[in-house]
Each structure stands twice: as C-alpha cells, then as structure tokens.
Design a protein around this ligand. Sequence first.
Ligand code: PLP
Length: 429
Amino acid sequence: MTSDHEPQAASSAPSSGPAWEGSQLTALAARHGTPFFLYDLDAALAQLARLVAPLPATASVLYAMKANANARVLELLRGRVGGLDVSSIGEVRLACAAGYAPATMSFAGPGKSDEELREALQLGVGLISVESPGELRRLGAVARQLGRRAAITLRINPAHIPNAFMMKMGGQASQFGIAEEELEQPLRAALADPALELHGLHVYAGTQCLDAAAILDNVRATLTLVARLAGEHELAPRVVNLGGGFGIPYFAGQQALEVETLAPQLGELLTQAQAAEPRFAATRFVLELGRYLIGPYGVYVARVVEVKVTRGKRFAILDGGMNHCFAATGNFGQLVKKNYAVSNLTHPDAAPERQELVGPLCTPLDSLARAIDLPRAEPGDLVAFHACGAYTFSASPLLFLGHDTPVELVQHGGEVSVGRRRLAATHFA
Ligand SMILES: Cc1ncc(COP(=O)(O)O)c(C=O)c1O
C-alpha cells in the first residue's frame, strides 16, 4: 500500500472505455436518481466480437460472471460467449434464470460444498473444475450417491506465473488449484475413479495483465505444461481451460491491450499448438474472462451531497461510495492505491482543485478518490467514475450502513433500460 494521500493527477477517462456523454449521464441521473451504474453493452459486445473473430473454431470464451452478474448483462452476452465461468451454486442459479444451459458452465472456485456439488451435478453443469484432492474425493462420493459421472477438469496451480499478472492466483501456495508438483496422485485418482470423467486441465494463473506478450507467454506455458502432463498420463484432453487474466486500464497512464493484435496472435498460437501436438487434435481451448468483457464499459455516477473544507482539505461527500464501488477505494487487490479516472459531469470546465471524493459511510476506507485534481465539485454536482463495469456492484458491501443499492442501467441498441432496480435495505430484512 502507498500512503493514502499521495497527490494524484487529474484523471481523464482510461483509453479503452466509451466516451460517455455528460449530458446523457445527467439526463439519466434526473430520470433514475443517483447513484447509478450504466453499462454500455453496445460497446462491450463490439469488443467481444473483435476478440472472438480471429480465434480458431476450437477456442471459446467463457464469461466469468463474478465480474458482473446483472441479469440483463448476462442475457445480452448469452449466445455471444461460449458459456460461463461460475463460482457458486448461486451463480449457477442466476445463470439458469438468465437462460444459460448448465452444460455451458464451468464451475470453479475453492470451498464448493457437497450440497453445491450435488446440485451442480443434478442440474447438469458442464464441467466442475476441481481445486483440491479433498474436493476430488468429495465430488466422487457425491457423484456415486447420485449414480452419475461427474465431468471434471483439474485446476493446476502452476509453479511460475509472469510478473505482469498484477493479481496472482498461483505460483505460490494458495487455496486455488492443485500445485503442479503435487498433481501426480490426484490426477491418477481422477483417472481411476469411475464416478469421475476427466475432461481436461485448467490453469488460472492470475489476472489484471496489461502486457500482451506476458499473456501469450502464459498461454504458451500452460500449453507446454498440459502437453507434458498429457504425455505422461497418456491423455488427450477434451478441454484445456487457459484462464485469461486480460487486464483493463483503470488509472491514468495505463494502456489498454490492443485486441487487434492480441487476438490474432492468440489465435495463431492456439492453431499452431493444435497442429504441433497430436494430443490436442480434438481439444477445445477455453478462455475465461470477466473484467475485460465488461469492466471498461461501466460507469458509476454519484452526486455530491455536501462539501466540507477542513484543515486545509476539501471533501466532496457523495451519496454513494465503497458500498457500491469498493474497488475504487483501492482496497480490492490493488498493490498501490491509485485513483480511478473521474470526471465532474456538472462542472467539467471548472478550475481543477485538489479534493477528496468520499462516500457516506462511517469508515475512513470510504474514500473513492484521494487528493485528486478535479474540476471543483460543488453540492449537487454529478461525478462519474470510469472503468466501473466489473467487480463493483458484484464485489461491494452493498448493505453496509443500510443505504439503498444503486440502480443498474444497461444500454443496448442505443436504448437504456433498467437492468436492476434500486433496492432499499428493508428489501433484505
Ligand atoms: C478462476 C477464475 N476465472 C476467471 C476469473 C476472472 O478474472 P477477470 O475478471 O480478471 O478476467 C477469475 C477472477 O478471479 C478467476 O478466479
């Protein structure tokens, strides 16, 4: 962590998101109230199409719904992604409600309970990505009780992960996956258990990588690892889940990945790997992406309730904060706390002034922008936080202090509709 109050440059919108019209956001605030999220699915779907087009037919992209599980977002992605990466039976149920076939889901994540595994098998979830030897044993037992075979991938925690992955899920001891060097016995157990059907292997190394070369290196390393294991165990994997970890720019100075170069290179890499390795002849390659597919296309808009100047600092106190947009506080996995890109929608041309943008919660953590040079915010002004489409609504303490949830708006075909209405805390009583 850095010191919380390092002065930060004023923020412009990061390069990969839509250029939001202040007048549109202001009109939406008047119509729907604040705070709100707006997700631009027109832009998100266009980017998804650019990503998928150069990939070979044997590759598919799953949407990691943990990033944003809004039902309307899920519905609009359906049919355009190969399926979903899900992480709880709650997500499976939400996905079913949004029209996804369970067979298109890959269920990963540590700590899946027996009940979750049972329901997943009963519903026909396509693949269960097994994260530990214990889970492998429990899943085998549950499948036997049900008289079914469970289709699985084994998730591997690789020994090394490129440094450019800002958040690492492996390369060290962790609750995720089975360590590469400890895989021998669980792999044999999976192959020996008639209640389990080993479809392939899964590596999710980490995420928030903005370095295309590192992403490609990671895919290459995964293919090499899987080819070696396939050779040693005489497997021909039906599926290799390559993870993904495609990052998005959140902060000033970060550059978006160039999909126009990354996607064809990735496509070429997969095509070559398939041609070179006979064991991959019938393999389906899977990428699972969350933030890359929705993060840049969301904006969070809140209103300044009050401005307080004290001890030389100017605090603009907003009607929403970490309860809606926890990641913007810098406490959601960021190594260094930096400000998201922010705009003052009401007074974009006001003279920049150093200020703190804080939410209404009774904790010093509720700070959405620290020492930011922004056009001076006045009471009533609307403030927009960019790149807020992922890990915001789905990863914030929404009920903390009993404020209403933010309304979520979805733009598609140029029209904006309510994706999820505002809910009062009493709704959850
Ligand atoms: C197993 C797995 N798949 C996919 C994702 C999605 O990551 P991102 O949203 O960064 O693409 C995560 C993120 O934690 C994950 O743990």
